[in-house]
Write a protein that binds this ligand. Structure first.
Ligand SMILES: [Zn+2]
Length: 229
């Protein structure tokens, strides 16, 4: 956090807690305490050519890179952080994790992307939830990398059911036609960096990437977490 008088004042009334362990944060710690930060299970896939996530998409879509910041282990910190974002509406943690992802991507070929675009929620679901966590993560990536952020370049045109309990095939049928381009992508100077919170089967990201590729623009994928494989 900063020396911004407003945030200092806010801290007097709302003690800042770590998004991972809920311990009080010290000055200089932002959203995640130093201990939890050290414990985060980083994949380091952004600097690994032919990483397991890229192999997962091979033969499905021609992506120029796939990475994920953290492994999503049962009971692990990444899971706790994302749980806080999704079910408690902890938008600050989403933004902070996005910034961490952005900072990580700076020294890799992901930094050459022309736009950061989040996987959209259907407007009806976003109204209920109040925010799109992927959009907050993408905003954080933009803030650290300076890559232009475009929240409206992809649109969710079908409200799909939750993916959680579906098989890979069912997930694909569920989302295959759910997205549409909200822009021509013509003003994009490099591949589009698609951002989502979690990568599991990749069905949602694949459906989004197909829309981008159909518009003639390259695509790279980054998420906060991926299942450990
Ligand atoms: Zn902590």
């Amino acid at each position: 956090m900063s020396s911004n008088p407003f945030s200092l004042l806010a801290n007097l009334f709302y003690p800042r807690l770590c998004g991972g362990c809920r311990r009080n944060l010290y000055t200089g710690e932002n959203y995640i305490c130093t201990h939890c930060l050290m414990e985060l299970p980083f994949t380091r896939y952004h600097r690994m050519a032919d990483n397991p996530l890229e192999r997962m998409f091979r033969g499905r879509i021609p992506v120029e890179g796939v990475t994920s910041l953290l492994f999503f282990n049962r009971g692990g910190i990444a899971r706790k952080l994302l749980h806080r974002v999704k079910y408690y509406g902890d938008t600050h943690t989403a933004l902070a994790m996005g910034r961490l992802l952005g900072e990580t991507l700076l020294d890799s070929h992901f930094a050459g992307c022309g736009a950061v675009v989040p996987v959209p929620l259907h407007p009806a679901r976003q109204r209920v939830r109040g925010f799109n966590q992927s959009s907050l993560i993408a905003q954080g990536v933009h803030e650290e990398t300076g890559i232009p952020f475009h929240d409206d370049w992809l649109q969710r045109v079908e409200a799909t059911e939750t993916q959680t309990r579906k098989t890979r095939e069912a997930r694909w049928e569920n989302v295959a036609t759910a997205f549409a381009a909200g822009a021509s992508f013509a003003e994009c100077s490099g591949p589009i960096l698609l951002i989502d919170d979690v990568l599991t089967t990749g069905a949602t990201l694949e459906a989004c990437a197909r829309v981008v590729l159909a518009a003639g623009t390259g695509v790279m994928l980054a998420t906060l977490a991926c299942s450990n494989r």
